[in-house]
Write a protein that binds this ligand. Structure first.
Ligand code: NGS
Length: 279
């Protein structure tokens, strides 16, 4: 049972929430773009979501406390589709969660990995989150059994994506959506901060985990199914291979412990906490 692998945030007690697992396969497509779109304020009110995109079940004690960190720039319609879909999805899992959107200010190339570090740092200032999900907003989890919480080992959540015909392209892929406890993330000094532009930052992160002796885990391909929202592909960065090659030299000095950025703006929006950062 894969749910034995879960790492609880709180010890079980009377009236702990039950993780209900349907056991159903999700080979059907959901076409989240075509879901009826609800106004964010109306949705927050209907679902009892607090300002900044926070929610927890009120009729039982949640077992999992999760910060969901989403790096972002210039994908407004995808963000709307994602938020419209993800809140009901997370609520069926009875999680104590909060969603953070970390937007990178213009000028420099996008730095997905550094935005994850920023999200981690900002979330940690607000609350003692036990578990972090780092993920792209174009990835829609299709199976409600894909629990958005941490496992005893760092977990690659999006191992079965429609654009790869639901196959894992290579064993070391650790991109898309991942889950790590605060402890696991701190143990590897977070992500590297040097990967500007597309590609390689997730491979570097996987090497960090390996260098610290972590095994990773994945749920089965029927549970780990994702639907990717379509968009134009970014041209890959030319620096990515060099950064990967000399990555090992920087694990201890490049990451959470040398993270520098400026928060330019932040707002508690109805469905998420928004942070605009200059990295
Ligand atoms: C690898 C990239 C990863 C990326 C993966 C999947 O080649 O960052 O492809 O990309 N590594 C390098 O460029 C060194 S995908 O097909 O999802 O666009 O995550």
């Amino acid at each position: 049972n894969i749910y034995d692998e879960m790492e609880r945030s709180y010890p079980p007690r009377d009236n702990s929430c039950v993780i209900s697992v349907s056991g159903r396969r999700s080979s059907h497509l959901l076409y989240p773009e075509e879901h009826p779109r609800e106004d964010p304020v109306a949705m927050a009110r209907r679902l009892g979501i607090l300002p900044g995109g926070q929610w927890k079940p009120l009729n039982c004690h949640p077992l999992f406390n999760v910060a969901i960190i989403l790096p972002y720039r210039n994908r407004q319609s995808q963000l709307a589709v994602f938020m419209n879909y993800i809140h009901p999805f997370l609520q069926t899992q009875n999680l104590d969660y909060r969603i953070f959107v970390i937007e990178q200010s213009p000028m420099r190339e996008f730095n997905r990995a550094k935005l994850f570090n920023v999200g981690y740092a900002e979330a940690t200032k607000i609350n003692d989150f036990h578990c972090f999900i780092f993920q792209d907003i174009d990835l829609i989890p299709q199976n409600p059994d894909n629990i958005y919480a941490c496992t005893k080992m760092p977990r690659h959540m999006s191992s079965s994506v429609n654009t790869f015909r639901y196959n894992l392209p290579y064993t070391g892929l650790f991109g898309g959506a991942i889950a790590l406890t605060r402890k696991q993330f701190e143990r590897v000094n977070g992500f590297s901060n040097v990967f500007y532009g597309w590609g390689g930052e997730d491979d570097d992160f996987y090497s960090r985990l390996q260098s610290r002796g972590f095994q990773i885990t994945r749920f089965g391909p029927d549970v780990a199914q994702y639907y990717m929202l379509t968009h134009k592909k970014e041209p890959p960065s030319t620096a990515r291979f060099a950064n990967l090659e000399n990555g090992a030299r920087r694990y201890d000095t490049d990451g959470l412990n040398n993270l520098e950025y400026r928060v330019l703006n932040h707002q508690l929006r109805p469905l998420y906490s928004w942070i605009l950062a200059d990295v």
